[in-house]
Design a protein around this ligand. Structure first.
Ligand SMILES: [Zn+2]
Ligand SMILES: [Zn+2]
Length: 137
């Protein structure tokens, strides 16, 4: 079975995933841009397939909107997870996963909220809002 490993920058919080990770989706919403410092690149997998190791209790959770929390390392500040209560998937920041990840980026969401300081130059599908919203361009 495919296995991926990852951690925050300092290594206090690490995780292992069992099974195939979803392709990476870049989220341009204002919350992701603030939380990550730029747009977010999230992969995802069923929450039961993720084993988190946090021996020193450094994984913090910020409730960013109703039913949604974002996981981060209290020690180094790395952004790690996006966790929506009513979803079976746990989103994992792709940048925290060790190479080779085997992942590719599949598209962009929340382009309506994208920052005004960058321009995308790829041909990947772009959506105004979430994954179920219509494509743009
Ligand atoms: Zn850390
Ligand atoms: Zn977002």
């Amino acid at each position: 079975m495919t296995e991926n490993k990852g951690s925050c920058l300092c290594g206090a919080v690490s995780f292992v995933t069992a099974g195939r990770l979803r392709g990476v989706v870049n989220c341009h919403c204002g919350q992701c841009r603030q939380f990550h410092g730029h747009f977010a690149a999230y992969t995802a997998i069923h929450r039961d397939a993720v084993t988190i190791a946090d021996p020193n209790d450094q994984l913090g959770w910020y409730d960013s909107s109703p039913g949604v929390r974002r996981g981060f390392c209290r020690q180094c500040g790395s952004s790690l997870f996006w966790d929506r209560q009513d979803s079976e998937l746990l989103r994992i920041a792709a940048g925290c996963i060790s190479a080779p990840t085997g992942l590719t980026t599949e598209g962009h969401i929340y382009m309506a909220d994208a920052g005004d300081y960058y321009r995308l130059q790829d041909e990947l599908p772009k959506r105004q809002q979430g994954l179920k919203s219509p494509l743009i361009e």
